[in-house]
Design a protein around this ligand. Sequence first.
Ligand SMILES: Cc1ncc(COP(=O)(O)O)c(C=O)c1O
Length: 482
Amino acid sequence: MSQASIPNRYSDVIERVKYQIRQKVWLPGERVPSIRKMSRLAKVSPATVTKAYELLEVEGWIYAKPQSGYYVAAHFNQLEPSSASGLPQVSNQAISINRHVFDVLKAIKQPDVIPFGSAFPDPVLFPVDELGRRLSRVIKSMPLNSGVTDLPPGCLELRRVIAQRYANEGLSVSADDIVITTGATEALGVSLAAVTQPGDTVVIESPAFYGALQAIERFHLKAIELPLGDGGGVDIDALANIVEQHDVKACWFMSKFQNPSATTMTIEQLTLIYQLLAAKQIPLIEDDVYSELYFGSDKPPSFKSIDEHGLVLHCSSFSKCLAPGFRVGWVLAGRFSKQVEELQFMSTLSVAVPNQQTLAAFVKAGGYDNHLRQLRRVLEKRVSATMTAIQNDFPAGTTVTMPEGGYFLWVTLPIEIDTSKLLEQLLGQYRISVAPGTLFASSRQFKHCMRLNASFELNDEKRKALKQLGDILHRAKKGCER
Ligand SMILES: Cc1ncc(COP(=O)(O)O)c(C=O)c1O
């Protein structure tokens, strides 16, 4: 995975270290990465790191110990309480974010707004005509009793084609193990409800998909928000500590193309996390909605692919890769299948039958893989083009990571910028939306970040919008510096 920074002599290193200190990755008295290591991580020369560390020292963030390295200054003890374990701090708390998510998403969905803040891929990327033709054929020929036969767990033909796709990836799955749901949203919701009771504690990533935060709020659960490491994946030592200290009832993680950070876990990370949870029999809800959108030659592994104990509730849908409006998803729920099926039955009774049958027919007819191959190629190109534009237009100190799949870019801006405050001006004056970092955590710790949807072709309109966005960010940074 490559990380690109706006060329700037020192600010990338400075912001990186400040961010990590604020996030309590490095606590007072702990040594920050050595000059050699930071030079490798930040892809800058050792001389640049030395200069950055000297400036951080002048500002009082760190201090040098001769022959030893640079350490976090003690006064951060007073500013921000430290954790005794030396691990990222976590709090176990009720979540209240739904209203914020609702307000922001409502504001950014107006049709004349440039949808960089949207979670939906560019609609022109889908075989809409073909799906329409099949839908009309299905409606004309649908057996009258299919409203009954396709009740939960859902249309058998669709469950069979999904099971076949799992089989092609090496997983032995029967159609009976799959429950069809109204999008991944319902899949995730019923999965969470199947393994928790109100008041229980669930571990999620930080930053997390806001849907996870909303579901936790809806089911009156408590969340422990676990920071993602620089390269992606939750901090495994911190997770080990948490499952020792708290009565964790479930974890909700994304193994690949995480929304919003766009990071992907390695098989080693997946295995360590899975072993840790399996030892305590903690169920793992895996949100894998972007799994088909990989840019490499193979799909990265999922938790489900190493699930020896039936602990993983694997949730996905066709929303991001084939038919966004159809609202068809599924859960492969392992040992929790029965509860999930019953809860889905109570939740929406049945997923729209013509939609299920249309998707089954489309996948069976054989055009799906071809469509996916094309989709991945286009997305990779667009994501890369958007990333280059960001590098050219955004202020120094911005970092953005090139994902291995999906279509989101997680942009970390200089720490002074507050993207949620800029949103009103962006929407009102420029008709541009972004997803502010505040959507992805219960606190405001990602206020200087934003998620950009890079699935759109960078035509003149979108290119101009990115340039305007860059100008606004430059001005915001200058305003903060004054
Ligand atoms: C990470 C993630 N999970 C789940 C969903 C919901 O998927 P669906 O539209 O299939 O309900 C989304 C949609 O944005 C998402 O980004």
